[in-house]
Design a binder for this molecule. Structure first.
Ligand code: MEV
Length: 327
């Protein structure tokens, strides 16, 4: 199940004529701070080279249509056409993008391919929306603020009340500290490169459902729930210091503690816990789930030497996995 190469080739913008335009969006890996970030605490996130690439064109049939293509073959997997009363989440997300971009009824066709597992905690929905909105904005002449609103509207369909961290990574990339607020604060961080292994031991769960389950826990445990989130916030401050200082042993400890806090918030599963234990036993400095949890991805902080051991260990369980090195 190990993927053949460490990463897909970089997505490249291609020259677009007056009737077509290309857009891209990056996936993301939350290093620390998911869920607590919804409550105003900081989080650390890195944009992934993998993501989504979209091409927007004027449509011959005058309909507004999004077609998801299989990444390698380019074969259509499914399509969404704007309909008067959209029901399915993808239909509602497409409508939300079109409305925010002032594109509805203009007769546009967007073909998009995704280089990430969908719904697994790596920001696939934000990457897809960012690619589609960038391509459409470029075709129709919309500005960056309009793109941001359109991606946010699409994310609202899938995530309920998203903090905005996925969209920040999808549109901006790099290594970021993110803080939600009336206006989200993004700080670019400069740190020595990290060796990471990302694995998917289980299918993903709905982000909206996982965010709602944390909200319900905090409501049931008002004396403890907010403290757990505050502790995650304090952990993120320490993780940022360790990250920027290149102290990967300390960072690994903090990732392990962050996973434990996510267990306490009720968003881990036995399979995700097992994957983290296996990675640590195989030599990882730390391991945690990433994203909303309930399934989906975990990652391990490794070194150039230990990376193959973690890949082998997860591979032996049949879990898709790949290595990345942050820039
Ligand atoms: C999802 O990628 C991250 C969460 O913190 C939700 C959010 O920030 O919107 C779980």
């Amino acid at each position: 199940m190990r993927e053949a190469s460490a990463s897909t080739p970089p997505l490249r913008d291609e020259p677009g004529g007056p009737t077509q335009a290309v857009g891209r969006g990056q996936g993301k890996l939350i290093l620390a701070g998911e869920h607590a970030v919804v409550y105003g605490h900081p989080a650390l996130v890195v944009g992934l080279e993998r993501g989504a690439r979209a091409v927007a064109r004027r449509a011959d049939d005058g309909l507004d249509r999004m077609v998801l293509l299989e990444q390698r073959s380019g074969e259509p997997l499914f399509e969404v056409v704007d309909v008067p009363t959209p029901q399915e989440p993808m239909e509602r997300a497409w409508r939300a993008m079109l409305d925010a971009l002032g594109a509805r009824g203009q007769g546009v066709r967007v073909e998009v391919s995704l280089g990430l597992p969908p719904g697994a905690g790596l920001g696939s929905s934000a990457a897809l929306a960012a690619a589609c909105c960038r391509a459409l904005a470029s075709l129709l002449g919309r500005d960056e603020a309009t793109i941001t609103r359109a991606v946010h509207a699409s994310e609202g369909v899938f995530h309920g009340s998203p903090s905005g961290i996925d969209q920040a990574a999808a549109l901006g990339g790099g290594l970021l500290r993110f803080e939600r607020g009336d206006t989200p604060t993004l700080t670019a961080l400069h740190a020595p490169p990290l060796h990471l292994v990302i694995g998917q031991p289980a299918p993903g769960a709905s982000t909206a459902r996982m965010v709602a389950s944390v909200a319900a826990l905090i409501q049931r445990q008002p004396a403890l729930g907010p403290h757990l989130c505050q502790t995650v916030g304090a952990l993120v401050e320490a993780a940022q210091t360790a990250l920027c200082a290149g102290d990967h042993a300390a960072l690994g400890d903090l990732l392990n503690i962050n996973h434990g806090l996510l267990v306490s918030l009720g968003v881990s599963t036995p399979t995700l816990d097992t994957a983290c234990h296996i990675a640590r036993e195989a030599g990882a400095l730390g391991a945690k789930l990433t994203g909303a949890g309930g399934g989906g991805c975990v990652f391990a902080l490794t070194t150039a030497e230990t990376t193959p051991h973690i890949l082998d260990a997860w591979d032996a369980h049949g879990w898709p996995c790949f290595a990345v090195k942050t820039p």
